[in-house]
Design a protein around this ligand. Structure first.
Ligand code: NAD
Ligand code: MG
Ligand code: MG
Ligand code: MG
Ligand code: MG
Ligand code: MG
Length: 332
C-alpha cells in the first residue's frame, strides 16, 4: 500500500517566514489562499483586475498583478485555468521567479504536456486536493480536509518535498491524508477520472436514465428525483463507507437490482471505451484537442455548453430546486 501522510508526520515550519503567492482566485485559488492563511502562512494573491481581484480584497488579501506577486514570493502556486496557464506563465511568471523558489500547481497538465517548461533553478511541485475548490474550503472550515496528492517534478534546492508537504498541511489536505504521486500519474488519472467517471460518466449516466424514463411517459419531476437528486444521497453513503455501506443502507430489492442490472449498463463495451479514453489521455490526443479548442476560441465547448443547459433535466431541475430552500445553488 502507498504511504499516506498526516499532519503529525509533517513539519510545516519549513514554510514559516516564507511568502506564498496564490496566482488566480477562482475555485481552487480562494480555497488554497484562505486555508493557507488560516493555517498561519503569509499569502499574497496574484490576479488580473476584475471580479476575482475584488473578491480577494474583500476577503482581506493583498491582491497584486501576477508579476509583482511572483517577485515577492518563495512559493508560487499557479491556480489559473489550465488553458491560460502557459500564456500567463510566459508573460508574467517565468522571468520573475526567484532562484531557489518553488513553482507549484494543483494539476500537472501544463508541465506534463510541456506547455510550461520551468527553469532549472527552481523547485517544481504539485499539491492537488482531490475535490472541487469550494469543498476544499468548506471541508476545512468544518475542521476536516480533502485528501491531496503531492508530487515533485524538480528538486533544485533539495527541500522540494518538505515544502510541498508543508503546503499540503496548509491547505488542509494532510488532515485527510496525502499520497505521493508523479506529475504523470496525477495528470493522467485526474483527466481520466473526470472524463470517464466523476463528471463525464456521471452526467451521461444521469441523462440516459432520465431520458429513458421520460421517453417511456413517466413524469419528468419523478425522473429528476430518481436519477439526479437521489444520487447525492447514494454518493454520501459511498463516501462514508464504500460500496458495502451503501448496499447495507438500501433495500435488498435495490441491492439485488444493483447486482443483476448494474453490469448490464456499465459492461465490457463501456470498459473498452474507458480504455480508449485513457489511451487518448496518455498519448496526448485529449490534451491536443483541448489546447487547439482554446486557440480557436472554444466553438465546440460553447455550442455543447449551450445545448446542455437546455436539456429537459436542467429545466425541471431548476424548478424543483427553487422549491427546496435547503438546497443551496451557489450559482444563484
Ligand atoms: P477557475 O477558473 O475557478 O479560476 C481561475 C482564476 O484565474 C480566476 O480567479 C481568474 O480570474 C484568474 N485568471 C484568469 N486569467 C487570468 C490572468 N490572465 N491573470 C490573472 N488571473 C487570471 O480555475 P480552477 O477551476 O480553480 O482551476 C485552477 C487550477 O486548479 C487548474 O490547474 C485546475 O486543473 C486545478 N484544479 C481545479 C479543481 C477545481 O475544483 N476547480 C480541482 C483540482 C485541481
Ligand atoms: Mg471552472
Ligand atoms: Mg480532479
Ligand atoms: Mg481536473
Ligand atoms: Mg429508490
Ligand atoms: Mg440493504
Amino acid at each position: 500500500m502507498s504511504k499516506v501522510l498526516y499532519e503529525k508526520d509533517i513539519n510545516k515550519e519549513v514554510l514559516q517566514g516564507k511568502k506564498i503567492a496564490v496566482i488566480g482566485y477562482g475555485s481552487q485559488g480562494h480555497a488554497h489562499a484562505l486555508n493557507l492563511r488560516d493555517s498561519g502562512f503569509d499569502v499574497v494573491i496574484g490576479i488580473r483586475p476584475g471580479n476575482s481581484q475584488k473578491k480577494a480584497e474583500e476577503d482581506g488579501f493583498t491582491a497584486l498583478a501576477v508579476d509583482e506577486a511572483v517577485k515577492q514570493s518563495d512559493v508560487v502556486m499557479v491556480l489559473l485555468p489550465d488553458e491560460l496557464q502557459a500564456r500567463v506563465y510566459t508573460e508574467s511568471i517565468k522571468d520573475n521567479l526567484k532562484e531557489g523558489s518553488a513553482l507549484a500547481f494543483a494539476h500537472g497538465f501544463n508541465v506534463h504536456y510541456h506547455q510550461i517548461v520551468p527553469p532549472a533553478n527552481v523547485d517544481v511541485f504539485l499539491v492537488a486536493p482531490k475535490g472541487p475548490g469550494h469543498l476544499v474550503r468548506r471541508t476545512f472550515e468544518e475542521g476536516a480536509g480533502v485528501p491531496a496528492l503531492y508530487g515533485i517534478y524538480q528538486d533544485y534546492t533539495g527541500n522540494a518535498k518538505d515544502v510541498a508537504l508543508a503546503y499540503s498541511v496548509g491547505v488542509g489536505g494532510a488532515r485527510a491524508g496525502v499520497i505521493e504521486t508523479t506529475f504523470q500519474e496525477e495528470t493522467e488519472t485526474d483527466l481520466f477520472g473526470e472524463q470517464a467517471v466523476l463528471c463525464g460518466g456521471a452526467t451521461a449516466l444521469i441523462k440516459a436514465g432520465f431520458e429513458t424514463l421520460t421517453e417511456a411517459g413517466y413524469q419528468p419531476e419523478v425522473a429528476y428525483f430518481e436519477c439526479l437528486h437521489e444520487l447525492k444521497l447514494i454518493v454520501d453513503l459511498l463516501y462514508e463507507g464504500g460500496l458495502e455501506n451503501m448496499r447495507y443502507s438500501i433495500s435488498d430489492t435495490a441491492q439485488w437490482g444493483d447486482f443483476v442490472s448494474g453490469p448490464r449498463v456499465i459492461n465490457d463495451e463501456t470498459k473498452a471505451r474507458m480504455k480508449e479514453i485513457l489511451e487518448e489521455v496518455q498519448n496526448g490526443e485529449f490534451a491536443k484537442g483541448w489546447i487547439l479548442e482554446n486557440q480557436a476560441n472554444r466553438p465546440k465547448f460553447n455550442a455543447i455548453n449551450a445545448r446542455e443547459n437546455q436539456h429537459p433535466i436542467e429545466k425541471v431541475g431548476r424548478e424543483l430546486r427553487d422549491l427546496m430552500p435547503f438546497v443551496k445553488n451557489p450559482l444563484k
